[in-house]
Write a protein that binds this ligand. Sequence first.
Ligand SMILES: [Zn+2]
Length: 317
Amino acid sequence: MNLQTISEALLKIKESKSQAERKFEAEIKAVTENNQEIKELDNLLKQIGAKTALTAITGNQAALDALKNKALLLTAKKADLLKAAGAPAYPDYSCKKCNDSGYIEGEICECVKTEAKRIALQRVFGSDLSNGATFDNFSLKYYPEDKDESGYSPKKVMTTTLKISKEFAAKFPEGKNLLFIGGCGLGKTHLSLAIAAELASNGYDVIYGSAQNLLQKAVRDSMDWSSDGSFTDHLLSADLLVMDDLGTEFGTTASNSVLYNIIDTRLQRGLSTIINTNVEFEDLEKKYDPRIASRLIGNYTARYFLGNDIRQIKAEY
Ligand SMILES: [Zn+2]
């Protein structure tokens, strides 16, 4: 988990701590204002406080002890009265383990790590998070067991693809690349989201986007003289880049050259890329610059997504 995300998470937890304490104080104040008995106790406690300060100067230990005992007694009585009047005993912290301090005995509390994960995911996917796509909710039950016209059992193939995806995330960064090929609704987006979400929440710098969107922005970036090129730099340097739906974008010479630059530079830098496409392997060369196709064929582990459109099957359930 990177340090900046952790410190952002700590800030957030501390914010919720002061929020809980402000709310608590306001509730105590509201109860006190309506309760004559508590008000009087408060006054007594103030007087005892002042007396204690004066007595401390004289050094009369017996008198000091008596005052302290009295204060303890009155404080306990006040607590009882507050409780009876329905005031909360403690601030309602969101984390009961660390009381929103962020630490337990000097160690970062679990709540900070959870918050840091949320921040990291939000950075990659926006407020939408990862649509909740995980490895665990990737269901193999939608893939037919029987061989299809390609001669393979979709369930068998997808079982292996799920395993490869999990390994990709577990062994990251190994500099490996994945090419998910197949029609709509076969789970390409789900699996690549699951990988991206897992790595983002482990603190890796992940970019996720549709090819259309990413390439368009990068082309604009390269043509805009006033741009500092930071978007393209990020595409070339992120730990993981996931490009969804390659092949559906409106390809131009400029976008093809940007695409080649992204694929080639990331390969040279040993940075992992995942590409989802509905373009068949043999059609990649026709649709794209042959150099792009040869990079993909030579350096990406290609996985075919088989089966029937899951979105359609799910709709029929
Ligand atoms: Zn905590």
